[in-house]
Design a protein around this ligand. Structure first.
Ligand code: ACO
Length: 328
């Protein structure tokens, strides 16, 4: 079949009603609104209540994306749920979402690439649409990270939030669509951000739970430097591949990990702050959900016009990173 370009045809997002503010965190650990705001840019984040789980938000975000793409769920050939906080180990959250949506003709699975998961999924979907194997894909980033956060560890509990974002991808019209993508990982840095317990290596027992081995452990400082370098480098790479320069970009949507990381990446790329999207103040770091939530907010705010170059970049645990350039 002839190769076609893929495009994002509809987006959606959802998150819990519950909000955890910096003032709330001040009562839980030794921290301050001033420290969190200055060091990260975060003011509040959404937090799932008991009984709320990852697929709940993923399904809401997906329904919105499907409605906006004006397709029938049965037309979807691929459902990718990027997450590090699945509903359960088996079956995949992707399959649970597929069932809720009635997307019974799709292949569905989970993709574990931490904060880069959405860009990994977008890359996979792009290739399958390009080769004509599928017509429509639903790519979701969904997390309830606060279940894996140790609320006695001030270095991590201030960062993470919950939510989901989704995008329907399909064949592009004209010369718009995904122009280039790149994804990478380097497992030598696995222990920069990891949850040591709960799998087959350190299986979950009452003891491992009491020791908090299922919680995220992070070396923030080292990740910070890698995140800045990787997101800037991969951005240049996807731009070069498509024959563009940073100054051609109309909207840059980076993974929302830390406002200082975003500012440092923008400065390395030498792009004006006005084209760099940030919602970290209200969501914190939602890992795989971060880029698609931000993308949907930008769509809703009317921040891109047809033909605009939109640059996406991400970095996360693994370590993983990726970039994509889209002609809107
Ligand atoms: N409140 C007050 N003080 C704190 C807090 C807090 N919440 N957390 C740490 N501190 C203290 C530290 O103990 C340290 O004190 P010390 O100097 O007396 O030892 C001091 O503040 C400085 O700590 P640093 O860790 O050096 O602070 P830094 O400026 O690096 O900020 C942060 C920490 C916010 C974690 C930053 O390093 C960061 O954002 N890193 C990147 C995180 C990331 O991108 N992760 C990957 C993606 S996430 C994913 O894949 C799911």
């Amino acid at each position: 079949m002839a190769e076609v370009r893929s495009a994002i045809l509809g987006t959606g997002r959802a998150y819990p009603q519950g909000i955890l503010t910096n003032a709330d965190l001040e009562k839980m650990v030794e921290t301050s609104d001033d420290w969190i705001t200055t060091r990260t840019g975060i003011k509040e984040r959404h937090r799932a209540a008991e009984g709320e789980y990852t697929s709940l938000f993923a399904v809401q975000a997906s329904r919105q994306a499907i409605e906006r793409a004006r397709i029938d769920p049965l037309e979807i050939g691929l459902v990718i749920c990027a997450t590090v906080s699945p509903d359960q180990i088996l079956p995949s959250t992707g399959c649970l979402i597929q069932a809720e949506l009635g997307a019974h003709k799709a292949a569905a699975f989970d993709l574990v690439a931490a904060c880069s998961g959405f860009l990994y999924g977008l890359t996979m979907a792009d290739k399958m649409i390009k080769t004509g194997q599928i017509r429509y894909a639903l790519v979701i980033g969904a997390e309830v990270l606060t279940r894996y956060v140790d609320f006695t560890d001030r270095s991590t509990c201030i960062l993470f939030g919950d939510g989901a974002g989704a995008a329907v991808m399909g064949p592009a019209e004209g010369d718009r669509g995904v122009l280039s993508t790149r994804i990478y990982s380097d497992g030598r840095f696995a222990e920069q951000l990891y949850s040591p317990g709960g799998g087959t290596r350190v299986r979950p027992t009452a003891e491992t739970l009491a020791q908090g081995l299922h919680y995220f452990k992070m070396k923030g400082n080292e990740l910070f430097k890698m995140a800045v370098r990787s997101m800037a480098d991969v951005s240049i790479e996807v731009l070069n591949e498509a024959g563009f320069k940073p100054e051609d970009v109309k909207l840059f949507i980076p993974h929302q990990a830390n406002q200082r990381i975003t500012d440092a990446v923008a400065s390395r790329l030498n792009v004006d702050g006005s084209i760099v999207y940030s919602n970290i103040a209200y969501h914190g770091n939602t890992s795989a959900a971060s880029v698609p939530i931000a993308l949907d907010e930008c769509v809703e705010k009317g921040m891109m016009s047809e033909g605009d170059l939109v640059l996406l970049a991400s970095f996360g645990g693994g370590v993983t990173w990726g970039g994509a350039l889209i002609k809107w």
